[in-house]
Write a protein that binds this ligand. Structure first.
Ligand code: UT7
Length: 356
């Protein structure tokens, strides 16, 4: 079997910078609270009505294609990870295909709904397709336009202050060198805690999962048996039950245990140690989580890339944005061992080891 490699990488973040102080003007929060609890100083928001998850993805993808030495028309498969798609359906994969002008080739497109671990899952899918020889140029994208779907009142402050917009993309191709490229990917999930970090409405659940939800949380189930009110009800709208919901401390505790576990799993399979990692790119969920993982793995500061301070948590985009930044800064070099790792809603978590 072939090995696959990341042949080109790019990222895009919108121009508009939103500082913590900007958020204090619309909700009861402080720069001090946000920095102390998350490490975030600022984040980017896309230009409403002009930028979308798809357009940001296209900007990142164009850079990735150029660096891979291919035209977008040469892409033969797209894997798109996002939790903030332009439409409920169809997915952003086909919208990106159209945006990049590659409709003539009718390349396949697939959307991944794995939230924070979405990019690592997407990379793993691309790896399987390229390794088996099915495709030669797979475009893998993580992109999020969170700013369109957050609660900018004090009620939503525990979630809203964390998230930002942006996109990252890579082109996965067969590797000429059998010792270089994607060494392994590890993917896991546990749906037991699906509602602990979720964007529940609009959805077709019709109240079915109520037994899994915190008694205190009313997600606005349909008050009647009327069909057609299943996705979004007047009650949901009047009560504002259409925003993401997170039990932060619970998620935090799971994250700090699953990150090291899935990294060790990949290293062990490859006969490697944490000390062999040249650059760890953790999903940028919270600086305190990344620092905890760094300490657990006994890594030096120069072995871990953090950029949550500037961009907040960009969910599926966070890993490729951070990887691209590290690469552009010359911190990811040929022959380096790069580890990607992510944990988030689902819960889903994943890691990838790459010999660059
Ligand atoms: O990327 C997907 C995976 N996500 C994660 O991994 C996130 C994991 N969790 C976290 O990062 C943290 O739990 C948060 C940053 C979300 C929250 O930090 P925390 O230290 O766990 O705070 P908390 O939720 O326990 O809240 C502490 C207090 C509460 O007030 P009381 O009840 O102590 O009076 C909150 O109401 O902080 C309050 N609070 C805020 N205060 C000011 C919550 N959000 C804010 C805010 N500004 N934005």
């Amino acid at each position: 079997m072939n090995r696959s490699k990341i042949a080109g990488i790019g990222y895009y973040v919108p121009e508009r910078v939103v500082t913590n102080d900007d958020l204090t003007k619309v909700m009861d929060t402080t720069d001090e609270w946000i920095q102390e609890r998350t490490g975030i100083r600022e984040r980017r928001y896309g230009k409403k009505h002009e930028e979308t998850t798809t357009t940001m993805a296209a900007a990142a993808a164009r850079i990735a294609c150029e660096r891979a030495g291919i035209q977008p028309q040469e892409i033969d498969f797209i894997v798109f990870a996002t939790l903030s798609p332009d439409y409920y359906f169809p997915g952003c994969g086909v919208l990106l295909q159209r945006e990049l002008g590659i409709t003539s080739q009718e390349a396949g497109a697939l959307d991944i709904r794995n939230q924070c671990s979405g990019f690592v899952y997407a990379l793993s899918i691309a790896d399987q397709f390229v390794k088996t020889g099915m495709y030669k140029n797979v475009l893998v994208v993580g992109s999020e336009m969170h700013s369109m779907g957050l609660d900018f009142s004090t009620r939503g402050r525990n979630v809203t202050v964390i998230f930002g917009d942006g996109a990252g993309a890579v082109v996965v191709q067969p590797s000429d060198d059998p010792n270089r490229g994607i060494l392994t990917t590890k993917l896991h999930s546990n749906g037991t805690y699906a509602e602990k970090l979720a964007f529940i409405n609009p959805g077709a659940h019709g109240g079915y999962h109520k037994q899994h939800m915190d008694e205190q949380v009313d997600f606005g189930y349909p008050p009647t048996d009327t069909y057609g009110e299943i996705f979004i009800t007047p009650k949901m709208i009047s009560e504002g039950n259409y925003y993401p919901n997170m039990e932060g401390q619970f998620v935090f505790k799971m994250a700090v245990s699953k990150f090291p576990e899935v990294i060790h799993e990949a290293l062990k399979e490859q006969g490697l140690e944490a000390s062999d990692i040249n650059m760890l790119i953790p999903h940028q969920a919270n600086l305190r989580i990344s620092q905890f993982v760094q300490k657990t793995l006994r890594l030096r500061d120069d072995q871990v890339w953090n950029n949550i301070q500037k961009y907040g948590n960009t969910t599926a985009a966070s890993v490729p944005i951070a990887l691209c930044e590290a690469w552009e800064a010359g911190k990811v070099k040929d022959g380096d061992l790069v580890c990607l790792a992510a944990f988030g809603s689902g819960f889903t978590w994943a890691s990838a080891l790459i010999r660059w």
